[in-house]
Design a protein around this ligand. Structure first.
Ligand code: TRP
Length: 320
């Protein structure tokens, strides 16, 4: 079978180093091996908040992050939900294939509801996983690089595809999750890395911003730097970050620092991160907002053609 890769992000703010080591680096590798779609999931932004916010700004920044890390629009189709009506229309028949009980059971949805600051939980919160099935199936995606939290959604997609095929004839492949290596990287305070917690280094951070964030990172008072994930998680995390940036084992870096203490550790990490981000910053500067518009217009056009063909097939299979 000819595999097609589909993956996507909600445009809610800048991508950070956790995104890079968790998924972006993998995409850059995959783009040379497979036909690939990258979705700017703009309609999904309004699942856990009432309004889309600075959506145009966030979409532009997301595209600039993609280009900066080396996602190549000549190889990858980059597109948006809101520009592909036929993708969105697939939601209708797909919703008919899933029960309300199944929608309620989704553990990722439950978790998002628990952490949501919204007054009321919208219908979209329960149905967006089915919309995500449309994201994947409109282009007959077969490989979906995702993190663990997305596995329940991929199960929904497989269920939708299986049931559609059973009821109406073979139209959709059953996609597989492609679990990357779990990014071991934590935030600079030792908690989960997240832009909303202020503990993440954005790919668009300047040298000074990067240095300031690392200066404020939590450590401990032992002078001898050692890599002990259980006993010294914050120090271990900084060593992991430097290790990822330098392509070296964190343990070696700890030995090199020896009894230099937190100051030496932070100095080394700052240099490693800034060195690592240098070519990414350079590529970002090479792209203007006009490039972003053009890339999205082209990608949206390609995605739309694909969606029109799939919707035609779906209508024909269902007898409309
Ligand atoms: N839900 C994903 C996230 O929050 C984004 C997403 C939307 C996605 N549609 C997708 C991921 C389809 C993979 C496939 O990160």
């Amino acid at each position: 079978m000819n595999d097609v890769v589909l993956t996507g992000d909600r445009p809610t703010g800048p991508l950070h180093l956790g995104h890079y080591f968790g998924s972006l680096a993998n995409r850059v590798r995959l783009q040379d091996a497979y036909p690939m779609y990258v979705l700017v999931a703009d309609y999904q932004v309004i699942t856990d908040r009432d309004v889309p916010g600075e959506i145009q700004r966030n979409i532009t920044d997301l595209l600039l992050d993609y280009l900066a890390v080396g996602i190549d629009p000549a190889k990858v189709t980059i597109f948006q939900h809101s520009a592909v009506p036929e993708l969105n229309q697939l939601l209708l028949p797909f919703l008919s294939l899933v029960s309300v009980a199944e929608l309620r059971r989704n553990p990722t949805v439950k978790d998002e509801i628990a952490h949501s600051s919204q007054q009321a939980v919208s219908g979209l919160m329960f149905t967006y996983p089915v919309h995500q099935a449309a994201d994947i199936l409109f282009c007959k995606g077969t490989l979906v690089p995702v993190g663990k939290d997305q596995l329940p959604h991929l199960e929904v997609t497989r269920m939708v595809a299986r049931r559609f095929n059973e009821r109406y004839g073979e139209v959709f492949p059953l996609p597989e999750a492609m679990m990357g290596e779990q990014s071991l990287l934590k935030g600079l305070d030792g908690g989960k890395m997240s832009k909303s917690r202020g503990n993440a280094i954005a790919l668009s951070a300047t040298e000074d911003e990067t240095a300031a964030l690392i200066r404020r990172a939590r450590t401990d008072s032992e002078r001898l730097i050692t890599f002990e994930e259980e006993r010294r998680p914050e120090v271990a995390n900084l060593l992991t970050l430097a290790g990822l940036c330098l392509g070296r084992p964190p343990r070696d870096i700890a030995e090199e620092i020896g009894d230099g203490g937190a100051a030496a550790l932070k100095g080394l990490v700052t240099e490693a991160v800034n060195e690592f981000l240098r070519p990414i910053r350079k590529r970002r500067r090479e792209h203007a907002e006009a490039d972003v518009r053009r890339i999205l217009t082209e990608g949206n056009g390609v995605a739309r053609e694909r969606a029109i063909a799939t919707l035609d097939e779906v209508r024909a299979a269902m007898g409309f």
